[in-house]
Design a protein around this ligand. Structure first.
Ligand SMILES: C[S@@+](CC[C@H](N)C(=O)[O-])C[C@H]1O[C@@H](n2cnc3c(N)ncnc32)[C@H](O)[C@@H]1O
Length: 290
């Protein structure tokens, strides 16, 4: 089978995927350990039998709903190559907005001298902390997770990207392992409500870890518990950015406002116009929370 034939076979096999051509290409690049450019310039090359066998079996798994990043062991997030495994959520493009909002807050909302202390709660693959480390070379960045397997992978990603001396990873519940008050807390915690579970796609509910997805009866258990800790720990003038489900804007902002009564709380929509992030800015005026 030539590379050209393999790509055509893949596109046909994955016709029900939203992106058959891209998925096919990623699998073939992975199996042959070559770049996109190589596939284009060598499309008459014949795959060896082992490559062809592996390729066809991965195509089969992909056509049964197994997510491509798990099959090829990596994905892209905020311009970085992030290694993934079945122990972590696959970083989503919409979470890049959380990173952009964090960068915006550091540029315009952070009013102290020096660099902020940022904590990424529920770091998973480490994608948010890693993206922030790459953009903010002098910020102090810590990250927590309840899953030891996720932390192991996040630390590996940090080493691969050369940030191992930039991010401190801790095991524990939310902010519990964090000693110094954070200026900025960012979190993409599990937020799928129990009643939403059955309507999730196969790729999510069969493959991604429950601990990264399920947020209790209304999906807000994690956010509620994090806010309870953050109310006493966020530094004066600090901020929080919390990723939420598209139906959680009102409930999550009410929770945030009751924890930080004098803070400015707003709900930010994603590019599809859905509620996506709750932003809490305590500003200099809020002195109740230290
Ligand atoms: C939705 S995933 C997000 C992962 C990553 N931050 C991302 O955006 O791709 C949520 C993460 O929170 C972690 N988590 C769940 N409960 C936690 C808790 N009580 N304390 C700390 N982390 C928790 C999970 O293990 C998982 O890695």
């Amino acid at each position: 089978m030539t590379i050209r034939e393999a790509l055509a076979t893949g596109r046909k096999k994955l016709v029900d995927s939203p992106s058959p051509a891209l998925d096919t290409r990623l699998i073939l690049e992975y199996v042959m350990a070559v770049s996109h450019g190589y596939l284009i310039t060598h499309d008459e090359e014949i795959m060896n039998p082992e490559q062809a066998y592996r390729y066809l079996s991965l195509l089969e798994r992909a056509s049964n709903g197994e997510p491509i990043p798990y099959l090829v062991g990596k994905t892209q997030f905020h311009g970085l190559d992030i290694k993934v495994s079945l122990s972590v959520l696959i970083p989503r493009p919409e979470t890049e907005q959380l990173v952009d909002l964090a960068l915006e807050w550091v540029a315009h909302g952070y009013s102290k001298l020096g660099w902020p202390h940022i904590v990424d709660v529920g770091t998973g693959s480490g994608c948010i902390a890693l993206a922030l480390a790459s953009e903010l070379p002098n910020a102090r960045i810590e990250a927590t997770d309840i899953s030891n397997n996720a932390l192991e992978l996040a630390e590996e990603n940090s080493r691969i990207l050369g940030f191992d001396d930039r991010i401190e990873f801790h095991h524990g519940q939310y902010l519990q392992p964090i000693v110094d008050a954070p200026d900025l807390i960012v979190a993409n915690l599990p937020y799928i409500a129990d009643h939403e579970w059955t309507s999730l796609g196969v790729g999510v509910k069969w493959y991604e870890p429950d601990v990264a997805l399920r947020g209790g009866s209304d999906g807000l258990d994690g956010i509620r518990q994090l806010l309870a800790q953050a109310g006493k720990r966020l530094a004066r003038g600090g901020a929080m950015l919390l990723e939420i489900g598209w139906q959680q804007g009102q409930a999550a902002s009410l929770l945030a406002q009751s924890t930080f009564p004098s803070a400015r709380v707003d709900v930010i929509q994603d590019y599809a116009g859905h509620d996506r992030v709750v932003r809490i800015c305590t500003g200099e005026a809020d002195s109740d929370n230290e």
